[in-house]
Design a protein around this ligand. Structure first.
Ligand code: PEP
Ligand code: MG
Length: 543
């Protein structure tokens, strides 16, 4: 019995036999080649690769879909594919050209040290290009011939490796390199495949066919476990299966309160990865996507990169709505300091105020959002709106973006819904004006609304006793918003940490709210609270 330590990448516990993954090493012949023929073969191979990726996406769920879709889109990337064609015309084979350009693009992304989001995409480019290269070389893409479920061991995994065998055949994964942030790790989490990374290269030397207990939650595995260790692991595996089943049942239950009022449970997310977790916990969409967090210090993503990001979020939400909040940089946010300095303090030029000050940056974001909205139910909301003048100014820019997309001939959704995130009391007090000016929906952001209503810094522990999200003042503001929404017939969602607190959840429900957005980890608890609550307690007492 030998314990090997690694780093947890996807939690869980399994017992099984290890199968070591061997990879094909690519070599290319030197020609001569007929460029016309190579170009034709390239186009055919790309089409085949895309149809393989699309059909894998059809049977995949959320996060995996987003990743597969990203890979398929990369093969449409004009810049990259033109370079491949250029290399072919210069005399090299389609496979060698694809390899050369794919490597270069992947290296470029891998070197974006200031942008882990794009770094992660590097391996997707390698994965997609090696698919095309394998097609050109007539090699199988379903390379794993497994006849029983195994724990895969490899130096590192490619995102699509986990799809290359029928589901259920991979019990767990152990890699000698890699990180918990890699796409393969994200997919493993999404597919509930336990995995650890960084176990060290010597693990691969003599692991094939041996029995292992993979305790991925702890980040370790036990090679050749003795009878006592096996028995203990088997008992714990049964217990975990029971717990998971209970949670799954709750996630699938329809959203009705005890007295029959329908409710909608959404999630507050940062990107495709946690959207996936949220969807697995029964969320019906994303009520708040904090878009600022994809802009890691140093660089705002360009329109195309943002378009990929929002499209990936939509794919992860599996056809459910995603409400994206435009950038909400502020000095209290990690990203903000790097960009905006002290001007963007909590009472300064945060959120939409900052976007209106930087119209180019705002236009880039709006164009990317309008384009992504062509691919799925995406809604856009503006944060830190003070009054209807902010709304009008923001919507003028939206109209300008629509016009420029029309002129560019780029497909986008003309009818993308736009809304206001109500987190400033002055905006709640004048909610009907937004509705009158064409706002499609309202979202109450209790985190900041509490802070601004009570003049209590949400991060200051000493001010905590003044920070009361369910105070009479908050109730009055929320009631005014509800009234304006009802009169104008626009939907309202309430979000923020307070919504995950059962006492507040019930209070908001009884004030008429039916759409709640909470952090993914609070979804099931909030659902349980709502299922057991009465929306109209007075009626229940009368019966
Ligand atoms: C809010 O302000 O209520 C909110 C949910 O947004 P954030 O926590 O990102 O400020
Ligand atoms: Mg906020």
């Amino acid at each position: 019995m030998k314990i090997c330590k690694g780093v947890s990448a996807s939690p869980g516990l399994v017992l099984g036999q290890v199968s070591r993954l061997e990879r094909h090493v690519e070599t290319f012949s030197t020609g001569p080649f007929d460029p016309e023929r190579e170009l034709r073969q390239l186009e055919d191979a790309v089409r085949t690769a895309q149809s393989e990726l699309d059909s894998m996406a059809e049977r995949a769920a959320s996060t995996e879909q987003a990743i597969l879709q990203f890979q398929s889109m990369m093969l449409d990337d004009e810049g990259m594919m033109n370079e491949v064609r250029f290399c072919i015309k210069a005399g090299i084979s389609a496979a060698a050209a694809m390899d050369k350009v794919g490597q270069r693009y992947a290296d470029q992304l891998a070197n974006m040290k200031d942008n882990p989001y794009m770094q992660l995409r590097s391996v997707d480019i390698l994965d997609a290009t090696s698919r095309v290269i394998n097609i050109l070389g007539n090699r199988p893409r379903m390379w794993l011939a497994l006849d029983h479920p195994v724990i895969l061991a490899a130096d590192r995994l490619m995102p699509t490796d986990l799809f290359s065998v029928p589901s259920g055949m991979i019990l767990g994964v152990v890699t000698t390199e890699g990180s918990g942030q890699s796409h393969a790790a994200i997919i493993a989490r999404a597919m509930n495949i336990p995995g650890i990374v960084q176990v060290g290269p010597e693990f691969l030397d003599d692991c094939d066919g041996r029995t292992v207990i993979l305790d991925a939650t702890k980040g370790e595995c036990i090679l050749d476990p003795d009878a006592a260790a096996r028995q203990q692991a088997e008992a714990r595996i049964c217990e975990l299966q029971r717990e998971n089943e209970e949670m799954r049942v709750l996630g699938r239950q329809p959203g009705y309160t005890r007295d029959g009022a329908a409710f909608e449970l959404l999630a507050n997310c940062f990107g495709p990865e946690d959207i996936d977790t949220a969807m697995q916990s029964g969320a019906r969409g994303v009520g708040l996507l904090r878009s600022s967090y994809m802009m890691l210090p140093g660089r705002i993503l360009d329109e195309q990169e943002q378009f990929y990001f929002y499209s990936s979020c939509l794919a992860a939400a599996q056809g459910c709505p995603v409400t994206v909040r435009t950038f909400d940089f502020g000095a209290d946010r990690t990203m903000a300091d790097a960009y905006q300095g002290v001007q963007s303090s909590k009472l300064g030029l945060r959120g939409i105020r900052n976007s209106l000050r930087q119209p180019r940056q705002f236009e880039t974001q709006i164009c990317a959002l309008l384009r992504a909205a062509h691919r799925g139910p995406l809604r856009v909301m503006f944060p830190m709106v003070t009054d209807v003048e902010d709304w009008d100014a923001a919507m003028r820019i939206v109209e300008h973006c629509r016009q420029s997309l029309r002129e560019r001939g780029v497909p986008f959704n003309e009818k993308t819904p736009f809304g206001v995130m109500l987190s400033v009391p002055s905006a709640c007090l004048t909610a009907e004006e937004f509705v009158a000016h064409g706002c499609d929906f309202l979202v109450i952001g209790t985190n900041d609304l509490t802070q601004y209503t009570h003049a209590a810094d949400r991060e200051l522990a000493s001010a905590e006793r003044y920070y009361r999200p369910a105070s009479p003042a908050m109730k009055k503001l929320i009631a005014m918003v509800m009234e304006a929404a009802k009169a104008g017939n626009v939907p309202v969602t309430i979000c923020g940490l307070a919504v995950g607190n059962p006492v507040n959840t019930v209070q908001y429900l009884q004030m008429g709210l039916r759409s709640f957005s909470v952090s993914p980890q609070n979804l099931l608890r909030t659902k349980k609270t709502l299922l057991e609550a009465d929306a109209h307690p007075d009626d229940a007492e009368l019966e």
